[in-house]
Design a protein around this ligand. Structure first.
Ligand code: DC
Length: 231
C-alpha cells in the first residue's frame, strides 16, 4: 500500500495556501480540504438568514440553527477541484465575495461553530492522505500532522493577489477595501480566544512575498518526500 501522510497548511489570509494545497493534493493524489470554505459557507448561511450583517450579529440564532447546516465538498471534473455545497446547493461562487470575507471572521470566533467544523475536518482526514489548509490545522485539528507549513507574506502583496482574483471574477471592489479586509481578518483571526491563528511550534514558515509558485512548490514537495521516506 502507498504510504500517505497528513499535511497541515496554516497561515494568514491570501498567502496562496489553497494554491499550494491543490497542487500537492494533485501530485500526491491526496484529498484536499479547504477549511476556510467551510467557515465561509456557515457565514453565507448566517447572512442569508439575516443572522449577521456588517452591524448586527444574532449569535444565539446561528448557534441554535447549526444542526440544520450540512456542508459537503463535491469534486468538479471540469475545473479539477472540489466545490463547497451548503445544504446540497453549490455555493462556491457566493462564498468568495468580499461581503462574505468581511463577515467570516466574526462567525469563525464562535466556539460552537469551531467545534462542529473541527469534528467534521478530523473525520475527513482520519485516514491520512490529506492536505488541509486553514488557520488551526497544525495546532488544533491535526496537532500530530506529519508536515506542518505556516504561510506568510506582506499584507500589500497579499491584498494585490486577492484584489486581482476578485476583479478577474467581475466583482466591483476597491484595492483599499481589499487591503483593509486582509489586515482586519488577520487581526481578528490572530487575537480571537478560541483557536487563534498561531504558528505551531513544529511548523515550517514560508514567506512567499518574493517567492514564485514554482519555487515554493518544489521546496514543499521535497519536504513531503523527506517525510514520506521516513514512514
Ligand atoms: O482561508 P479563507 O481565507 O478562505 O478563510 C476564511 C476565514 O475563515 C478566515 O478569515 C478565518 C476563518 N478560518 C478559521 O478560523 N479557521 C480555519 N481553519 C479556516 C478559516
Amino acid at each position: 500500500m502507498t504510504k500517505k501522510i497528513t499535511i497541515a497548511i496554516d497561515g494568514f489570509s491570501s498567502t496562496g495556501k489553497s494554491t499550494i494545497a491543490k497542487l500537492l493534493a494533485n501530485k500526491y493524489n491526496y484529498v484536499y480540504v479547504d477549511t476556510g470554505a467551510m467557515y465561509r459557507a456557515i457565514t453565507l448561511f448566517a447572512k442569508l438568514n439575516g443572522y449577521v450583517t456588517k452591524d448586527t450579529f444574532n449569535k444565539e440564532a446561528l448557534i441554535n440553527d447549526l444542526t440544520s447546516i450540512s456542508l459537503s465538498f463535491h469534486f468538479n471534473e471540469k475545473i479539477g477541484f472540489s466545490e463547497m455545497y451548503l445544504n446540497n446547493r453549490n455555493v462556491e461562487q457566493q462564498i468568495r465575495t468580499l461581503e462574505v470575507s468581511q463577515l467570516v471572521s466574526k462567525v469563525a470566533e464562535i466556539s460552537e461553530v469551531r467545534k462542529k467544523l473541527v469534528l467534521e475536518q478530523q473525520f475527513m482526514g482520519k485516514d491520512g492522505g490529506v492536505v488541509m489548509d486553514g488557520r488551526d490545522i497544525g495546532t488544533v485539528v491535526f496537532p500530530n500532522a506529519d508536515l506542518k507549513l505556516f504561510m506568510t507574506a506582506s499584507a500589500d502583496k497579499r491584498a494585490i493577489r486577492r484584489y486581482k482574483e476578485l476583479i478577474d471574477r467581475g466583482d466591483k471592489v476597491t484595492f483599499e477595501d481589499v487591503l483593509f479586509n486582509v489586515e482586519e481578518r488577520d487581526r481578528i483571526d490572530s487575537t480571537r480566544e478560541d483557536s487563534p491563528l498561531t504558528k505551531a511550534k513544529d511548523a515550517i514558515t514560508f514567506d512567499n512575498s518574493d517567492m514564485g509558485i514554482t519555487e515554493q512548490f518544489e521546496r514543499i514537495c521535497s519536504l513531503v518526500d523527506q517525510r514520506l521516506s521516513k514512514i
